[in-house]
Design a protein around this ligand. Structure first.
Ligand code: SF4
Ligand code: SF4
Length: 329
């Protein structure tokens, strides 16, 4: 419970008159547009004589309820900053370590499974966006793995459920930060100008896998993220490696199971990080241009399946029966 009013510092924390006001940071990374705003997808959909992606058009009422939830959260990404914040006992208003601890504990209470923090960098922001913030808090909620046995619709519904949940978390966490006197903006499916992959890397979540998604030690790529950017001074986490990229050099499970043959074996290097670039023109016919959701590259990854050995075995058996490739070892 907040019990101590730190009035001496309050005026310095107000937006516009303090040393904590964020410097304007100009984004440098082009955003990959989603849905029919994506020129490649739009052209492929038009070539089929359609006006909408079959996968989006076939969404169930439950999935649409999740979509509407994050769209509603999109209306509350920002808000007024509390001019008279009250800090909990033991948390000084300008102590990055104590504030980071408080933010992580609050995000966890709100339902986040993982929380990481790093300083904002231009590459983490969409090209053309000026964001007056200094730090980014990344939160993650994991997806239930066992739905893979139930098929595409169940996997999609679970993904959308988690997207809605992380949008709730970012919305509430940003409001909490503003209540503590610092500007803060939520980023999620309902609105975002944050680039997930560089944030994950610098916040110490894990490493990029060959399937193109980030692999965390706890939940592999079976998670959905949201973010909060802020001027609040926060202690940073550090990038970390636990052998994923080395493992991917010798593993081909996602490649062999990809129905579109869209995952390459060759990688490019960006700032020393290996990136396998999924061929979207080959991926979309399976992931966007059919009614069925495709998440196979992540579902077959052994990192994802580690805690679910029995389910994984049954799922891979299903895959073999469907004719997909299987690991040699
Ligand atoms: S989503 Fe499906 S089609 Fe696209 S890369 Fe992954 S497995 Fe291949
Ligand atoms: S399936 Fe294998 S190659 Fe693909 S991301 Fe997972 S570990 Fe890497």
């Amino acid at each position: 419970m907040p019990t101590r009013r730190d009035e001496a510092r309050t005026s310095r924390r107000r937006a516009g008159d303090n040393g904590f006001r964020g410097t304007i940071m100009q984004g440098t990374t082009p955003r990959r547009l989603q849905g029919m705003a994506d020129p490649l997808l739009a052209s492929m959909v038009r070539a089929m004589g359609l006006g909408e992606s079959p996968q989006f058009a076939a969404r169930s009422p439950q999935v649409m309820a999740y979509v509407n939830r994050w769209l509603e959260n999109g209306k509350h990404r920002d808000g007024a900053v509390n001019p008279s914040p009250v800090f909990p006992d033991g948390v000084a208003a300008d102590d990055p370590v104590a504030l980071a601890r408080l933010i992580k504990a609050t995000a966890t209470e709100l339902g986040a499974d993982l929380v990481g923090i790093c300083r904002l960098r231009p590459a983490m922001i969409d090209l053309g966006v000026d964001l007056p913030h200094d730090f980014v808090v990344a939160t993650v909620v994991h997806e239930a793995y066992d739905v893979v046995i139930e098929g595409y619709a169940a996997v999609e519904e679970e993904a959308m459920r988690v997207y809605a949940e992380v949008s709730d978390i970012a919305t509430r966490l940003a409001a909490f930060v503003r209540h503590l006197g610092y500007p803060a903006l939520a980023h999620h499916n309902g609105g975002s100008c944050v680039q997930a992959i560089p944030v994950f890397h610098h916040a110490g979540f894990g490493e990029l896998g060959k399937h193109g998604s980030l692999i965390t030690e706890q939940y592999a790529a079976g998670f959905r993220p949201s973010f909060v950017t802020t001027t609040m001074p926060l202690a940073e986490d550090q990038p970390r490696s636990f052998g994923v990229q080395e493992f991917c050099l010798h593993c081909t499970i996602c490649m062999k199971n990809c129905p579109g043959d869209a995952i390459p074996n060759e990688y490019v290097l960006t700032d020393g990080v290996k990136r396998w670039l999924t061929d979207l023109e080959k991926c979309y016919p399976y992931s966007r241009l059919r009614k069925e959701y495709c998440h196979l590259c992540v579902d077959v990854c052994p990192f994802n399946a580690r805690p679910y050995a029995e389910t994984y075995k049954a799922f891979m058996k299903q895959q073999r029966q469907l004719g997909y490739g299987t690991p040699k070892s």
